[in-house]
Structures are given as structure tokens and as C-alpha cells.
Design a protein around this ligand. Structure first.
Ligand SMILES: [Zn+2]
Ligand SMILES: [Zn+2]
Length: 387
């Protein structure tokens, strides 16, 4: 199905439509390809070339006269082919029509959101508040008082924004449409693009007499006190959602939600990993060797635990279900007690002698440090072969 003229471009092929395609099919094919290859949405340089071809094909096939030339085997865009070829032609280097404007030209703005005046009443934004809690509060829950700074409904005008006894007026600049149109001449023909009306900010209405309390916004900022129920077992970074306690929207629109973000203050004894708690307890070397009994202060109880004779440094005792209660379900995490063994320092003469005797009975050789040289000089002598 090649055209008899070898220089004529295959415009049907570029759009991927058959020779008997209807105007609608051509339009649809162009729209689909423009979505794919418009430089606004596809930064690939090859896409830019492709987009030029697509534009050329659409320009030709959407124009009955030019399409006829193609069907007769000619190329209306070829130099001397009866086409335009001048500046502003699709092969020219002129700026592209914006992607949105192309979409708008086809859909009457459907691609960029609905046209017409925008509503004065709109939903409010969510708000977030940081709440610092102690480990005891996150572990067992608390009813925390919070102060919230958000927009609330203006009670003077109930959100309408107008002073008592007055009403909104239709904007004279845009006739209530909320937008003003400008016409751009392009290869697609005239592309009508619309911009929000600057007089009414796109609302289509103005407020001749704004409410004195909110100046027409329908809402005012205020500080409120609330109590938020924190469930047991929450963790640092979790958010509690309070429905519709966020910002009231413009024009008194439905309030957004308020999120209370939990921040757990570091505890001076326990560190928390999930629902498990960890702490360190130091025991003297003698207690680690002989074994002992410790009283551990857990979060909400006192626990007596036995340290077995011969306990090594770094040993861990696990107290089941003495950690943080699980947020979901029942039960609690565990409490891990990490044991540090403290070596005695500053022994007096008696203690030192006893310890040396003890070492001797154990067959553990303990070299005696000289008063002058000390440990390091003995090391050096050892390396020099003087020891
Ligand atoms: Zn008001
Ligand atoms: Zn207006």
C-alpha cells in the first residue's frame, strides 16, 4: 500500500491508522501518541523528533484538503508540494504547543480538571502535632492533654465569608465563569486556553462585604485544648489519627484530620527495641564469680533474679513479659538485663596479697609489675629480648 510518490511521507503509518480512518479515529490516534511523545511528558530527544512527525501527520490528515493530496499520492508538506512549509509549519522550529493545551483542545479541559468556577468551600488540610511521651506513658497508655493550633469554622458567618445580611456577587470580569479565555493560533487550528480569572481568583463570585471576623475566608485560626487517648504499647514515630480535628477548609469546608505523632523520650535506664526493653547492671567480679541475687526495678514491678556463680561479662538475663505491652493483641515484650562485671580497682595491700594467693591456688601466673618500669616497659624489654 505504498504511495506512488517516493518522497511522500506515510502520514497514515505515522499515526498508525488505516487509509479509510474516520476523523474521530485520527483524532484519537493523535491524542494517544501526543500523550506518549510530547516533550512535556517525554524528555527523550528521539521522542521530540517523533512528536514532530506526529504533529505533521495530524495536521495533514485532519485537514480534508491536505488529506486529499495525500490520498492522491502527494505530500502537502513537501516543499513545492502545495503545502505550507513556511514558518509556523509543523517542521519549523517554533515552540511546541503545551501538552496541556493540546489535551484541553480535545477535551475542553477535561485533562486538566473540570472547567468553570472553583467552589469557595473546599476540604481542609490534615494537621500534624508532635507529642513527647515518657516510656511509662507509651508502654501503658495515657490520656494526654494537647494544644492544637488550627483553622476552625468562623462562627460569625458559619463559613459563608459574607457579612451579615449580605451575599456573594457574580464576578463582572469573567461573568461568573471563574476563568478568562485566550485564543492561540497553532497548527491544530485555534487552541482556546483558559486561565483563572484574577479578579475573583477563579471563584466566579466576589464578596462585596466580607465577614468582619474572618475577612471572607469562612474560618479563623484558633488554639484549642484536646485530650488524646494514647493506647498502651505505642512506639516512637507512630501516628494517632483524630478524624476531622485538622484544619477547617476555606469557606468552612470539612476539616482535615489531625495526626498526633508519638515521640518517646529516651529513658535513663531502659532502651527499647520494639516491645523489648534492655538495661545494663554492673556486678562486682566477686559476685559474678560466687553468684548473687539482684533486685531489678522493672517498668511496673520489682523482680528478683539470680546471677549464677561463674557468670561471665556480657551475660544476659531475660525476664519474660516484663517489657512493653503489645499494642495489638495481648502479652508483653521481655526485659533483658545485660550484666557488666566490674574488676576491683585500688586494692589495698591486704586485698592484693589475698588476690595473689588466690591466683596462686588457681595456678594462674600473675607477673608482678615493677614500680618504675610498669607494664609497657616490660613489654618493650620482652620485644628486645631482655626479659
Ligand atoms: Zn466569617
Ligand atoms: Zn472573575
Amino acid at each position: 500500500m505504498r504511495t506512488p510518490n517516493p518522497v511522500a511521507r506515510d502520514y497514515y503509518g505515522i499515526l498508525g491508522v488505516s487509509r479509510d480512518a474516520s476523523d474521530d479515529e485520527i483524532k484519537r490516534a493523535y491524542r494517544k501518541l501526543a500523550r506518549q511523545f510530547h516533550p512535556d511528558v517525554n524528555p527523550d530527544p528521539e521522542a521530540q523528533e517523533k512528536f514532530k512527525d506526529i504533529n505533521a501527520a495530524y495536521e495533514v490528515l485532519s485537514d480534508d484538503r491536505k488529506r486529499q493530496i495525500v490520498d492522491l499520492g502527494g505530500d502537502p508538506l513537501a516543499p513545492g508540494g502545495g503545502g505550507m512549509g513556511g514558518p509556523g509549519g509543523p517542521g519549523g522550529a517554533g515552540p511546541f504547543v503545551g501538552f496541556q493545551d493540546i489535551m484541553d483542545a480535545f477535551f475542553g479541559g477535561a485533562a486538566g480538571g473540570s472547567r468553570g468556577p472553583r467552589p469557595r468551600t473546599r476540604p481542609g488540610a490534615d494537621a500534624i502535632l508532635r507529642l513527647e511521651l515518657d516510656l511509662n506513658e507509651t508502654a501503658f497508655g495515657v490520656e494526654a492533654p494537647i494544644t492544637v493550633d488550627t483553622a476552625v469554622l468562623c462562627t460569625t458567618c458559619s463559613g459563608a465569608g459574607t457579612a451579615a445580611g449580605t451575599h456573594l456577587a457574580t464576578c463582572e470580569a469573567c461573568g461568573g465563569r471563574g476563568e478568562v479565555q485566550s485564543v492561540q493560533r497553532t497548527f491544530l487550528g485555534q487552541v482556546v486556553s483558559a486561565r483563572p480569572c484574577t479578579v475573583c481568583q477563579g471563584f466566579g463570585t466576589t464578596i462585596p462585604h466580607p465577614c468582619p471576623t474572618c475577612a471572607g475566608d469562612g474560618r479563623v485560626r484558633t488554639r484549642r485544648s484536646l485530650t488524646v487517648k494514647i493506647p498502651a504499647g505505642v512506639e516512637d514515630g507512630m501516628r494517632i489519627r483524630l478524624a476531622q480535628q485538622g484544619e477547617v477548609g476555606p469557606g468552612g469546608g470539612t476539616a482535615g484530620d489531625l495526626y498526633v505523632e508519638i515521640h518517646e523520650r529516651p529513658h535513663d535506664v531502659y532502651s527499647r527495641k520494639g516491645d523489648d526493653l534492655h538495661c545494663r547492671v554492673t556486678v562486682p567480679m566477686t559476685a559474678a564469680a560466687l553468684g548473687t541475687r539482684l533486685t531489678i526495678k522493672a517498668l511496673d514491678s520489682e523482680e528478683v533474679v539470680d546471677v549464677k556463680p561463674g557468670t561471665q561479662p556480657g551475660s544476659t538475663l531475660r525476664l519474660r513479659a516484663r517489657g512493653v505491652p503489645h499494642l495489638r493483641g495481648t502479652g508483653r515484650g521481655d526485659l533483658y538485663v545485660h550484666l557488666d562485671v566490674r574488676t576491683p580497682t585500688k586494692l589495698d595491700a591486704d586485698q592484693e596479697r589475698m588476690l595473689r594467693d588466690f591466683a596462686k591456688t588457681r595456678g594462674e601466673e600473675v607477673a608482678e609489675l615493677t614500680k618504675q618500669g610498669g607494664f609497657f616497659s616490660r613489654m618493650r624489654d620482652a620485644f628486645n629480648g631482655h626479659a
